[in-house]
Design a protein around this ligand. Structure first.
Ligand code: PLP
Length: 395
């Protein structure tokens, strides 16, 4: 069942390393590297979070933990959902997972199987298709419209539904688009899922990285009976909010029965998340929150730098309202078609600037590249100038 298309993002990282090795072997230094291809925050995890893990390692018995997570953490997570995301859940609705990635994979394994069709955004996070392959399920992409702030067109989504459709996956704030779905769109998507009796899986990995507007979880529109009945799944992570990508901790929110199943999948897949990492998550939730706002402000400034430069070079860009990415249309000056994949390859080879080709996220973004705003201001400025000059050259 693991029959996957080539993954453009992994391919680009491998290619960057290969170029560096070749240049070193030839003794021809490359221009200074600019790395904008990956969504890895440039900030260190705050100190109080790091120290909580160290203390746990030193002082606690590091035995197996409960598969769904320690109750002291699940209780705090339910409280975070009530406070930040604005809907009522209890400990029994929360499962601690291996990052947002583990949250997505375990909830997909708990809900879809061989031959089931799953609606995923185009463009969307590349691992959705890999995760669905592990379930034997079939990805069906629904387009996000670059001419309408990268929002979905619900009317056209109707045509994609078949008797095999089981789940609708949405992602806002979105990777790679940076779109934050407005309340009316969230309500329409929820009604679409209700109408077709689909699970609604809401990937809210960037829930606390919003610059304009407000992130709204579809769960805020559900009655508590609907939430409990189990067709909604919310995915969250510590990776982005607290700059904890390498720690691998996230969580899923669902009805209590479905949460039990997800806990069983965690148990059968990797038993549990290590206790020191769960202690670090407690420190993140209960400690000072200033860093969260400071990091968000830094992404906001970087976003402004990128958008201003792109506009200076006359390149249209949708201004991302959240997450930390921007999609850049790399068509020629006169609108000539140009594949983002080839552009990314040439840009890396000739200017040593690494970006993610839009083709890695779906077909709608094939003539785009994605830059990450998680890199430093200096890198973003240099990188965006190179991208614009390179895109404007006559070919
Ligand atoms: N969902 C989206 C949209 C993402 O961009 C990412 C990470 O890049 C994830 C989920 C996974 O997050 P984590 O690093 O916590 O596994």
């Amino acid at each position: 069942i693991y029959n996957l298309p080539e993954n453009d993002i992994t391919w680009l990282g491998d290619y960057a390393r290969q170029l560096e090795q070749e240049a070193r072997a030839l003794g021809t230094p490359l221009p200074p590297a600019v790395r904008l291809q990956i969504g890895e925050p440039s900030f260190r995890t705050p100190e109080h979070i790091r120290l909580a893990a160290v203390q746990s390692i030193e002082q606690e018995p590091l035995t197996y933990a409960p598969p769904a997570g320690w109750p002291w953490l699940r209780e705090l997570l339910a409280e975070k959902i009530r406070r930040v995301n604005g809907y009522a859940v209890q400990l029994k609705n929360v499962t601690v997972t291996l990052g947002g990635t583990g949250a997505l994979q375990t909830s997909l394994l708990a809900t879809v199987g061989a031959g089931d069709e799953v609606l995923i955004p185009d463009p969307g996070w590349p691992l959705y298709t890999i995760q669905l392959a592990a379930c034997g399920a079939i990805p069906v992409r629904y387009p996000l419209d670059p001419n309408n702030e990268w929002l979905p067109d619900i009317a056209s989504m109707e045509r994609l539904v078949t008797p095999r459709t089981r789940l609708l996956l949405i992602n806002t704030p979105g990777n790679p688009t940076g779109a934050v779905f407005p309340p009316a769109v969230i309500a329409d998507l929820l009604n679409f899922a209700r109408r077709h009796h689909l699970y609604l899986l809401s990937d809210e990995s960037y829930d606390q990285i919003v610059f304009e507007g407000q992130h709204i979880s579809p769960a805020t529109l559900l009655s508590s009976a609907e939430l409990e009945e189990g067709h909604f799944i919310g995915v969250y992570t510590f990776s982005k909010t607290y700059s904890m990508t390498g720690w691998r901790i996230g969580y899923v929110v669902a009805g209590s029965q479905l949460s039990k199943t997800i806990g069983d999948v965690v148990n059968g897949s990797y038993t549990n998340i290590a206790t020191p990492i769960q202690r670090a998550a407690v420190a993140a939730l209960t400690g000072p929150q200033e860093r969260v706002g400071e990091m968000r402000d830094a992404y906001h400034r970087r976003r402004d730098i990128a958008v201003r430069l792109l506009q200076e070079y006359g390149r249209y860009i949708y201004t991302p309202h959240g997450a930390f990415y921007a999609l850049i249309d790399v068509r020629g000056k006169h609108g000539e078609s140009r594949r983002g994949r080839q552009f990314a390859l040439d840009l890396l080879r000739e200017r040593n600037v690494a970006v993610a080709p839009g083709s890695g996220f779906g077909s709608v973004s094939a003539e785009y590249i994605r830059i990450s705003l998680a890199a430093s201001e200096n890198e973003i400025e240099r990188g965006v100038r190179e991208i614009c000059q390179f895109a404007d050259r006559e070919v």
